[in-house]
Design a protein around this ligand. Sequence first.
Ligand SMILES: Cc1ncc(C[n+]2csc(CCOP(=O)(O)OP(=O)(O)O)c2C)c(N)n1
Length: 533
Amino acid sequence: MTTVREASLEVLRRHGITTIFGNPGSTELPMLADLPDDFRYVLGLQEAVVVGMADGFAQASRAPAHVNLHTAPGVGNAMGALFTAQANKSPLVVTAGQQVRAHITMQANLTNRDATRVVHPYVKWAFEPPRAQDVPAALAQAIHRACLPPKGPAFLSVPMDDWNQEAPAQDAELAAARVTSGRAAADPEQVRALARAVDHARNPVFVAGPDIDASGGWDTAVALAEKARLPVWASPATGGGRLGFPEGHPQFRGVLPPAVAPISAVLEDHDLIVVAGSSVFPYYPYLPGPLLPAGARLVAITSDPDEAARAPMGDAIVADVALTLAALLDAVSEPDRPVPEGAGPPPEPEDGDPLPSATVHATLRDVLPDDGIVVLESPTSTSALRNRMRISQPGCYFFSAGGGLGYGLAAGIGVQLAQPGRPVVCVLGEGSAQYAVSGFWTAAAYRVPVTFLVLRNNEYGILKWFAELEQVTGAPGLDLPALETAAIAQAYGVPSGRVRSREELREALAADLDASDGPRLIEVDVAPGMSVF
Ligand SMILES: Cc1ncc(C[n+]2csc(CCOP(=O)(O)OP(=O)(O)O)c2C)c(N)n1
């Protein structure tokens, strides 16, 4: 007889999903019993870390990842990270344990009441199968839903007594064998119309968003910008979990500010704005003004119907971003326009004691190889990192698109697990590190060779910046004195050190990036305040 567990593992196996990120409880143990050798279980000590690791793993491997959560309280702990995974469009297949079926109606202890309701709106789909034998097909469905555009978390609650029930063999085989593909091409007439608009515009501009990288459209976006001679801006950093364009490219102008009025001001001279692979736009904070420069037209290319529908201005083509860019590349002509100018080289780094965070990032740029990966969660220095590092290869930058903290530390581990041969640096503010701090244990226990670079400014710096913007004075809780991140990480098993000068930082980074036997952590003191360039 084939059990529900065997059939479900076969569904996962057929989709290449053999890593389970989890934190187990009694309700999950029946699923994990005698886990076959071709499966790997990665233990996270808290559910936010579990989901964050899987999020980074899914994005960096361009494939779905499986998360297994404990029933109600585990799912509750995971919610913030699920919000982030959804904003990142990360294809997560989230299973959670549930009480024995006979216990659900009486709501025995640990029953996940309304299991399918509680995870909304941060999942695309939530389901608890009505019969044990439906679990393998429901799991397959969760995989398809997570991977079809827009990608995102799908949730399946499984009563713990289901796993040892019998699964009808033929149904399970049919469910496991199904393949679905969601790469839809754009309406050719819409693409031709957009190409004509690009050809005839006086001063068109291209805005590159994270889904260019996610869809595999990086080289095509570069070819399009070069052929049509488009200056390029990155979509605002707030919503960009990935980069859409090489930031060292001579036509790259910079990262758009994340608010209404400043975006219109930056794009003022343009009559056509083509946005690819981003929402329009991930605004924050609210700085009202014109949504578009006077006389400008905007066209967005997105695979996400929701993004297309909720944009407050402009038109949208809903289709696979990479395929649409390829069609647009074919359809545009080579114009007479001069080749647009980019931002020019970044400024020389300044010294200081403590160092400006921009200098930390300039030092990292000097040391990190071109294919090195940055996972970033250092709020006051996000812009400085982008402006100093000018990351220029696909799949080299990961960021919490929704703005929730706790992604960075955890995702850094998942990204490194997915890309074991490439150096991964996880750049964190010391405040941000705390939201997933137990991830240090997983990194050490599984010898994941990620380098954590923690910027210590002894404060929630970005909130002090926001306080000024919001004209708030006297808010408590914005200082972080005596938070010893290196000592904390050391206690979790991560060899850690603290540096202060540029030379010390360079040496520590070079040594730690070379280490392949497990994680390392460098805590660097930085000057307080916002750092843009
Ligand atoms: C889960 C979550 N809780 C709270 C916040 C609010 N928040 C945004 S930035 C920030 C401070 C981050 O501090 P740190 O990592 O030290 O970086 P800095 O701002 O000093 O650069 C906080 C608390 C958030 N974004 N996400």
